[in-house]
Design a binder for this molecule. Structure first.
Ligand SMILES: [Zn+2]
Ligand SMILES: [Zn+2]
Length: 390
């Protein structure tokens, strides 16, 4: 008996020591990963969350495992992601079983270990109209697969033929009803994608019907390497949330190599709390802004404070003998500000985490500026006033 205790104690000690080693090793290997915090200010009474609500994995036509999406999001400084694999397009199904909820089920527990909010989602995939729509905040993607799509998956008929049947039956309505019944937030993806809008971007009657039913609550103003001014206007006209998503299929490293991508598109969400509920409330309230390449696109009430909360004008550090005072204008954010002085037409490019020197004098004690890459309407740039501190 005593011997048994000694033995177990010894064994336990070995187990604990091994566990300890694994923990230490785990900590060390984690310490080598670096999170690149995105520098974006909070505005008004909200926390600004950096989100990507359109991501693919091997469980549809993507090329990576869901946990890698969490690692990418963490490294890039995101707060939240949604994995939105196609229900209807399963090109890997001969090798990987069709599991519509797998992306979320695998990524979500990993997200907890990285403090990344993972929101359950899916992409409902039809020809235009209505095109592709993401349902996020759903609870079971498998139930959004319709009878007709199940038939299509099993049939040998050409997919074009089945698409036309689907179209006539408006079977997509069943999928959208289910997504909304699950409490999902549905938005219209890449409305100007040339494969589905070869004649140009267009909003169809069915979209207007879905918007009036509350079955579409947002539109992607930016997707991957493109953005759509018309979609920006529709969001303003119909009071919808604006989204800017990557629609990433490959790895982050390959995505960033695309010639049209300067950085992965980000949806900035202004939330009362850093939580899934906070994000949901914000989206329902259309409290979001598009950050696409060097552009920030959105309602003036959000775009304007993003500018003012990013910059600092110092006190004068020198006044010359002609009465001109010199100030430091500092950008604490990762935004680029391509500014034009509305009176002198002087150009001022303020780069991320950088400073410029600007001058004021007694006559010009404030400068009226247009921020050319910050849009408050498709044809309207953000206008701001720069003034010395104090
Ligand atoms: Zn799509
Ligand atoms: Zn997609």
């Amino acid at each position: 008996m005593k011997l048994f205790f000694v033995f177990t104690f010894g064994l336990m000690r070995t187990i604990f020591f091994t566990a300890f080693l694994f923990t230490v090793f785990g900590l060390f290997s984690q310490a080598q990963m670096v999170r690149n915090d995105m520098m974006v200010p909070d505005i008004l009474e909200f926390e600004t969350l950096k989100c990507d609500f359109h991501i693919h994995t091997v469980f549809s036509d993507g090329n990576v495992w869901p946990t890698i999406r969490v690692e990418e999001a963490w490294t890039m400084g995101y707060d939240a992601i949604s994995i939105t694999d196609h229900i209807e397009y399963q090109p890997h199904k001969e090798y990987i079983p069709v599991q519509h909820n797998a992306g979320y089920e695998i990524a979500m527990p990993h997200g907890k270990r990285r403090n990344i909010i993972v929101i359950q989602g899916t992409e409902i995939t039809r020809q235009m109209p209505p095109g592709h729509l993401n349902g996020i905040f759903i609870n079971n993607a498998a139930k959004i697969e319709t009878e007709l799509i199940r038939l299509k998956h099993s049939a040998k008929t050409s997919s074009n033929f089945m698409d036309s049947i689907d179209h006539e039956l408006k079977d997509y309505m069943n999928a959208l009803r289910e997504a909304n019944d699950q409490g999902g937030f549905v938005f219209w993806n890449h409305p100007g994608w040339t494969s589905q809008a070869p004649e140009g971007i267009e909003i169809y009657d069915v979209h207007k019907e879905l918007i009036s039913k509350g079955w579409i609550k947002g539109i992607e103003v930016a997707n991957s390497g493109e953005w759509y001014p018309e979609a920006f206007q529709w969001c303003l006209d119909y009071d919808l949330a604006m989204l800017s998503n990557s629609d990433i299929h490959s790895t982050e490293a390959f995505f960033e190599r695309s010639p049209t991508v300067e950085h992965r598109p980000v949806t900035l969400v202004f939330a009362e709390s850093r939580s899934a509920e906070g994000i949901r409330d914000a989206l329902d309230d259309a409290r979001s802004v598009v950050w696409f390449n060097n552009m920030v696109i959105g309602r003036e009430k959000y775009v304007e404070p993003l500018f003012y909360n990013s910059i600092e004008v110092s006190a004068a550090f020198f006044t010359d003998d002609r009465g001109r005072s010199y100030y430091n204008l500092k950008n604490n954010s990762d935004f680029i500000f391509n500014m034009v002085d509305l009176d002198t037409r002087e150009k001022l490019d303020l780069l991320p985490r950088s400073s410029l020197i600007i001058q004021f004098d007694e006559v010009r004690d404030a400068r009226r500026i247009s921020v050319e890459n910050f849009l408050t309407e498709p044809d309207n740039t953000l206008k701001v006033v720069l003034k010395p501190a104090g």
